[in-house]
Write a protein that binds this ligand. Structure first.
Ligand code: NAD
Length: 599
């Protein structure tokens, strides 16, 4: 019965499902279980195939295996007698996580869970997104990267070092999944606001890809986290005997570019040109440079530049419904002229061009401030890179942000320089004196780096500010008793949806316009009720729906530009997307379930 059941599972199930492929592989009598999946290397070879379902996190249901499944798979007695519902398992996990002493402990518990029971992990994340996102992503993931060498347990992705030059395709070939469609890669040099974390930056690709699945519904076996270890300039790590990365200074020679080049080629040679490569947490100079170098030739984007831009512009577009203005009526001052600010400014320019302005006219409405003050033409102190030069206007140089705000009287003030508290009471009061509804975005992360708190932004503008932040802030109550809920410009509103659209429809190229489409899709989902509460983003709990809308927009745009590989175009895009999204429901392994009547 067991063998018949397994054969039927194997025969009838989708070729693409690795779980089923695994069972097929084992039930076909493969002599070495480790040839089916590396997770089995620790198993005695004599184990019957059904045991694989218990030890593989992708198939494991723990105490939720039914009695029939336990008998059929030969695992009866290997799990406790109780048969749990998935709902009960979820409650148990939640109780366990909430009982931990710190967020880092909670992170470790969650990483343990995903390595034990993947479906249960995603059930817990998806059903408790607002509680779990800060644990698997910012801010806890930052702490996890700092402690990664301690908490590292088993491989969750690939480690490629500068010494692997010439052999990168061998490493890519070692990854056990053939169907990878999305890679998140970092070189660990600028991990969140924490600087160089070297090889320990691996926590970021792992966290981002967990959100690809939890929010974007991209299947976990289609996701591959990669760290490119070229050394680190972080002395603390170099002196730490437990550090898991290369113990050398960052290689900044031409070998760095050779490594990236070889890496890109090795990826497409195994996974095709449709494989999405998301660059994450590279330092400023490399981030811009590599994006420009590869964006036309590969299916790639940089989330710190383009994803951030898309999320911020979504918030700005929604804000316009509160201020009652057109985008082109606004003047923006950016505190910071790095990846985030330049990305946002360029996307706003693209949106203003859609409103009928020329690029030059649009750029004139953007002002940038960096560590040397206002960026103006021929600035004596210099420091104006090619990217900043687009926003260097004829104006006297002013060093102080307070004086800049007084002189330029912007309608919108965007902070992304990680200078805590720089939006002072005076600046906020000034913004409220020029504008009926000033737009104030304090985007710097983590919370301790925010330019101002939500409470300050509201209080010093007589509760007229349209506010959003990078890190979450608690709701604020006005003196009149109204509750304002600050928006959080979380990148997770956008990149999982772009990833879903790109991977599902085989999009070959990610263009800037897709990010603008994503901004519009996200902004359109902000309801009048949300706006009345002060929110310029949809509630975070609805982020999966945002992803679906963004995936549709991404794909529609790609079909229009002939950039997809999936033909014919599905007549009902939304239904197609929903049908293909990953779901955390357990598969049924009861033989009868697959024992369909013969013709
Ligand atoms: P970056 O290193 O590329 O840029 C930082 C910029 O700040 C540089 O232009 C630098 O010149 C400028 N700067 C430094 N000191 C300054 C000073 N005293 N006055 C004015 N400008 C100064 O970093 P980035 O990727 O642009 O990120 C900046 C911040 O934005 C970080 O805190 C990051 O966490 C945050 N961020 C938020 C989101 C989000 O909310 N969704 C997304 C990405 C980045």
């Amino acid at each position: 019965m067991l063998q018949r059941g397994m054969r039927q599972i194997a025969a009838r199930a989708s070729q693409a499902d690795p779980v089923i492929s695994l069972i097929r592989c084992c039930s076909s009598g493969a002599s070495d279980p480790s040839s089916c999946n590396p997770d089995f290397t620790s198993l005695p070879k004599a184990l019957v195939p059904g045991h694989q379902a218990l030890w593989n996190p992708r198939t494991n249901k723990g105490s939720a295996f039914s009695l029939r499944e336990r008998q059929a798979l030969g695992i009866h007695g290997l799990v406790p007698p109780v048969v749990s519902t998935p709902e009960l398992q979820e409650q148990k996990v939640l109780r366990n996580i909430r009982g931990q002493a710190s967020d880092l402990d909670r992170y470790v518990q969650l990483m343990d869970l995903v390595e034990r029971n993947e479906k249960l992990f995603y059930r817990v994340i998806c059903n408790n997104l607002e509680e779990m996102m800060p644990l698997i992503y910012t801010p806890t993931v930052g702490l996890a990267c700092q402690k990664y060498s301690f908490i590292y347990r088993k491989p969750q992705g690939l480690f490629i070092t500068i010494h692997d030059l010439g052999h990168i395709s061998d490493i890519i070939a070692a990854w056990p999944q053939d169907d990878v469609k999305a890679i998140v890669v970092t070189d660990g040099e600028r991990i969140l606001g924490l600087g160089d974390q070297g090889c320990a930056g691996m926590g970021i690709p792992v966290g981002k890809l967990a959100l690809y699945t939890a929010i974007g519904g991209v299947k976990p076996w289609q996701c591959l986290p990669i760290v490119l270890d070229v050394g680190t300039d972080n002395e603390k790590l170099l002196n730490d005997p437990l550090y898991i990365g290369l113990r050398q200074k960052r290689d900044r020679s031409e070998k760095y570019d050779q490594l990236i080049d070889e890496f890109m080629k090795a990826v497409v040679s195994r996974y095709s040109y449709n494989c999405l490569i998301q660059f994450e947490d590279f330092a400023n100079n490399n981030a811009f440079r590599l994006l420009e170098k590869y964006r036309h030739e590969y299916c790639t984007f940089n989330d710190d530049i383009q994803g951030t831009a898309s999320v911020a512009v979504a918030g700005v577009l929604a804000s316009l419904r509160i201020t009652g203005t057109k985008l082109k009526d606004n003047t923006f001052v950016f505190q910071g002229a790095g990846e985030a600010s330049l990305g946002i400014a360029n996307l706003i320019v693209a949106a203003m061009v859609e409103e009928g302005l020329s690029i030059e006219e649009a750029r004139k409405r953007m002002w940038m401030v960096d560590s040397r003050g206002l960026i103006v033409k021929n600035r004596a102190s210099g420091g104006i890179t090619e990217h900043k030069a687009h926003f260097a206007h004829d104006h006297e140089h002013i060093a102080d942000i307070g004086q800049i705000v007084k002189a330029l009287k912007p309608t919108a003030l965007i902070g992304a320089a990680a200078i805590a508290g720089v939006f002072t009471e005076e600046i906020l009061r000034d913004m409220a004196s020029f504008n009926a509804k000033p737009i104030i975005f304090a985007l710097s992360n983590p919370t301790s780096k925010a330019e101002c708190t939500a409470e300050q932004a509201y209080k010093y503008t007589d509760y007229r500010a349209v506010f959003a932040s990078g890190s979450p802030f608690d709701p604020v109550t006005t003196p009149g008793g109204k509750t304002l809920i600050p928006g959080q410009g979380n990148n997770a509103y956008v990149f999982p949806g772009i990833g879903l659209g790109v991977t599902l429809f085989g999009v070959r190229h990610v263009s800037y316009n897709m990010f603008l489409e994503a901004s519009k899709a996200c902004a359109e989902l902000v309801t009048d009720k949300d706006l009345a509460e002060g929110r310029v983003y949809p509630p975070l709990k609805d982020v999966r729906e945002v992803s679906i809308k963004i995936a549709i927009r991404t794909a529609e745009y790609a079909y229009e530009k002939n950039l997809t590989s999936l033909y014919p175009k599905p007549p009902d895009m939304e239904a197609f997307i929903r049908r293909h999204m990953y779901h955390y429901d357990y598969l049924n392994y009861e033989p009868e379930f697959y024992d369909w009547p013969s013709q």
